[in-house]
Design a protein around this ligand. Structure first.
Ligand code: HEC
Ligand code: HEC
Length: 374
């Protein structure tokens, strides 16, 4: 009972043939060869799911990785292929090639790991929005914290269980801490002492594809059986940063990525500066140096009332810069002790005389006079 119309006819009558409304009885399944076939059911989203076998998709994702699909379409295709077998329509009409672009973190850009991209797409096809977001969050969180390739993935290779046998030894494992392809691949290469082009790295990503495909199916099976439990929480060190930078206070950061991967700890006191205690002072302050007069070195205490860019610079009586002790560094609130060893910016001992220490922090500035007596 399929009715054929030409592409031209379709394009000139789009409203008449609006997708999903065709004849009210049939949807569009194929848009190809200049013809539109109105035939089988127009599936409503989300598409039906049936429990799948994690080991089957593991092997399939690993196989597809090497056979034209790479990581993203590999994971997507592995699960799709099982759905085609187990569920059939409407999955039979969907090409896994739609996910080609996700390989290498998105056409080689190293952004989101392709395995996660492919998994998220298939989850989004067969799970409602609220649950899909939860499962994807869980999957990405698991990916950041799990060791890859997993023991199971390595055992599969050692026991010769993969269809595609490119490399059969156990591979070194690591925790990437990031869903970014570039971070994940590079951290692994550093751990394994391999290059991106090495067969071990390719096999690592093939096994990773298997791990992610199998995990995705485990989650989907659990959700189907109404046994999915949500466990991922943002790690404490990231939450600590977001307590200020997230929506509650500064509202200038939107990410769950590990901040330290890119920023290190930008609030760490600069070299030579020691945090005395975490009690938050009421005001910014530069205290008088001690001892004073001094020879050859002296200390000063600074109070930082809130996170701010701080500078502490020593000048001579002519107003020339002698030593930059704190160089416009971002500092957390607290009281700190700073040492000056009586040298200039080049490490040379300075002469006896009067010096000025000037502290600035945002709009705050304060200067103290010091006396070096030799
Ligand atoms: C007590 C609140 C607080 C906490 C906790 C905190 N920050 Fe900040 N952070 C600030 C403030 C205030 C600034 C300065 C204003 C700004 O740039 O937004 C700042 C600035 C920054 C900047 C910009 C630096 C620059 O050079 O402009 C980065 C990056 C940053 N923080 C990262 C982090 C990271 C990573 C963490 C967790 C390790 C963290 N922050 C924890 C309050 C905080
Ligand atoms: C993938 C690398 C990456 C990660 C991970 C990352 N950042 Fe950033 N962040 C950047 C870059 C790049 C900038 C822009 C340049 C800059 O200011 O350093 C930036 C800017 C910032 C700024 C300045 C924002 C402004 O309005 O001036 C803050 C604050 C910041 N990041 C905090 C964080 C926190 C907190 C986290 C973790 C929750 C985090 N970042 C995770 C790369 C990253």
């Amino acid at each position: 009972m399929s009715k054929e119309i030409t592409r031209k006819e379709f394009l000139t009558n789009t409203s008449k043939y609006a997708i999903g409304a065709v004849a009210g009885v049939a949807g569009l399944d194929i848009l190809a060869g200049g013809k539109i076939l109105a035939g089988t059911k127009n599936p409503t989203w989300p598409w039906p799911y049936q429990p799948l076998d994690p080991d089957t998709v593991r092997d399939r994702a690993h196989y597809l990785y090497y056979n034209g699909m790479a990581c993203c379409a590999g994971v997507f295709g592995a699960i799709l292929d099982s759905l085609k077998t187990v569920v059939g329509e409407p999955y039979t009409n969907l090409p896994s090639e739609i996910m080609y672009y996700g390989g290498g973190g998105g056409v080689g850009w190293g952004t989101l790991c392709g395995t996660l991209n492919g998994a998220a797409a298939i989850i989004s096809l067969c799970v409602d929005k609220t649950n899909a977001n939860k499962i994807i969050n869980e999957l990405w969180g698991w990916y950041c914290q799990a060791e890859f390739p997993s023991d199971t993935a390595n055992d599969f290779a050692v026991q010769g269980k993969y269809t595609e046998k490119k490399y059969n030894d156990a591979l070194p494992q690591n925790v990437s801490g990031s869903p970014l392809c570039h971070v994940s691949v590079t951290e692994w290469c550093i751990t394994a002492q391999k290059k991106v082009g090495d067969i071990e790295r390719k096999e690592r990503c093939a096994r990773l594809a298997g791990d992610v495909a199998a995990k995705t199916v485990e989650y989907l099976n659990a959700l189907y059986a109404q046994q999915f439990t949500y466990t991922y929480v943002t790690p404490a060190d990231i939450q600590q940063c977001l307590a200020c930078h997230g929506p509650a206070v500064l509202n200038n950061v939107m990410t769950q990525l590990n901040c330290k991967t890119c920023h290190g700890d930008p609030h760490k006191p600069p070299a030579g500066v020691v945090l005395d205690n975490n009690n938050i002072p009421e005001d910014f302050l530069l205290s008088q140096n001690y001892p004073n007069p001094f020879n050859p070195s002296t200390k000063m205490q600074i109070s930082v009332a809130r996170p701010e860019k701080v500078s502490l610079i020593i000048y001579d009586v002519m107003g020339r810069e002698v030593k930059r002790l704190i160089n416009y560094d971002l500092m957390n609130a607290g009281k700190y002790t700073v040492d000056w060893d009586g040298t200039d910016n080049f490490g040379n001992k300075v002469a006896s005389g009067i010096y000025f220490a000037k502290m600035t922090a945002g709009a705050f500035h304060m200067t103290k006079k010091m006396n070096l007596v030799k």
